[in-house]
Design a protein around this ligand. Sequence first.
Ligand SMILES: [Zn+2]
Length: 229
Amino acid sequence: MAIDEKLIGDIVAEVIHNYEVHGTGKDATLNANNSFDGDIPVGVSARHIHLTREDLDTLFGAGYELTKLKDLSQPGQFACKEQLTLIGPSLRAIEGVRILGPLRKRSQVEISKTDSVLLKVNAPVRESGDVSGSAPITIVGPKGIVTLKEGCILANRHIHMSPNDASKFNVKDGDYVAVDTVGNGKRTTLWDCQIRVNPNFVLEMHLDTDDANACGIGNGSKVKLIANK
Ligand SMILES: [Zn+2]
């Protein structure tokens, strides 16, 4: 079939026009955030993988060292250049899943509920590090494959803060609070947000991509702590 050049030209012009008139979703979010004076900055956690030394060796070869891409907001945590593929019982794959360093005592895969549906993995909501009895998942690397018997979770909503911040918000480590996403795309109250207090922590709420997208919030958005239950 011949390509209808005029039709393609019309479509491109229409798309460009729409971007000029309405802006991209990203810009719209930024504009909304600029006028919002909230309490707690948000960091959105995309799906990612934490590995043990042993699993890193299996996936990349013995003695492999991770390559730091950039530091994350919490001190000592970093994103790596290396990415892996996840496969679940559906036999569908999610490629390009980033490794976060440093290495840990137990391997852990954090995905969104949407990912869990695609992979057909029955991942429970857990605090990072609490992987006992969580879902199995297969990780594919350039040199090998690792199937975790347990380790796949949906990370719980949580707020990192220093002891200073904790006294300011009148909360303590392990508390669960609610936050209001007022001022952002789709105003929502998020319950069951775990408070994590550590002298090294920088004030930031961590949400997965499903939560963030549902509320229309992103990195740098701000939310208000509204209830300490
Ligand atoms: Zn976190």
